[in-house]
Design a protein around this ligand. Sequence first.
Ligand SMILES: [Zn+2]
Length: 296
Amino acid sequence: MAGTLSYDVFVNDPPPQGGLLPNGEPKRFSPMASTLIYGNRDAVLTDPGMTEDQARVLGDWVAARGRNVTDIFVTHGHGDHWFAAGLLAERFGARVVASAGTIAQMRGNVATRPLLWDKVYAGLIPPSPVTAVTVPGNRFTLEGHELVIVEVGDTDSADTSVLHVPDLGLVVAGDVIYNGVHMYLGQSEVTGGFGSWRDAIDTVEALQPRHIVAGHQNSELDDDAGRTIAQTRQYMDDADELLMTETTAVGFFNAKIDRYPDHLGRMVLWVSASAIYGVRARPGEDARQIILASWL
Ligand SMILES: [Zn+2]
């Protein structure tokens, strides 16, 4: 007989970095959420963060729960969600699990490290070998309860997935759903708009979750599935509207802040604006290079 599962969420602080935003605020990355799904003995950890400091703080939080961490699940390839996975896998003797598509994207993010991540967070990120493995049928178990990896395609990056825990009415959504934090929109210049992302949200909604853990969230907000889905859609609707009315990246940045004064992660808002307006200003140039430069 399977016992009851529970889950708990830890929201890590963004790492320090240099530079200022157009409004004079210091650049600061978004808070990153990790979820511990646990039974009586065992646990599964998701999206274990990026830097050595984050890994230590998260690891101490996990260790205090006294469970045997069997698996670490990674929702998508962006390094902020998993570059520290190796440290935590070693600390807890856990396996790292992801979809085949996400594993390919993880390798791509490792290749991008020297051009992007290590420039912005020099010396803070541990070695990040890709040790993740797939699981048969994208399913694995925790004390007899099924955990299902649902592949949802292009959202804020390519080949993204979410983790569905039916017995908890829970979806760990990575960057498919956001919660009180500015969304990274730069990928829409590669995918041709938000259509594939909207489809991914429909897929999450069809799972009928009660709770959603967003990869980037304000820790003071709840995890209500209906609210977070609606607000994620609304943020994209607003972006579509403002991309028509605002003629500059700074105008878009300011207009978004006017509409979302309490949202965290304004650095990502500025990166999104720089990427989208930069690509549109230079048709024919390599969009990926322009998007990469907008992070630096
Ligand atoms: Zn992210």
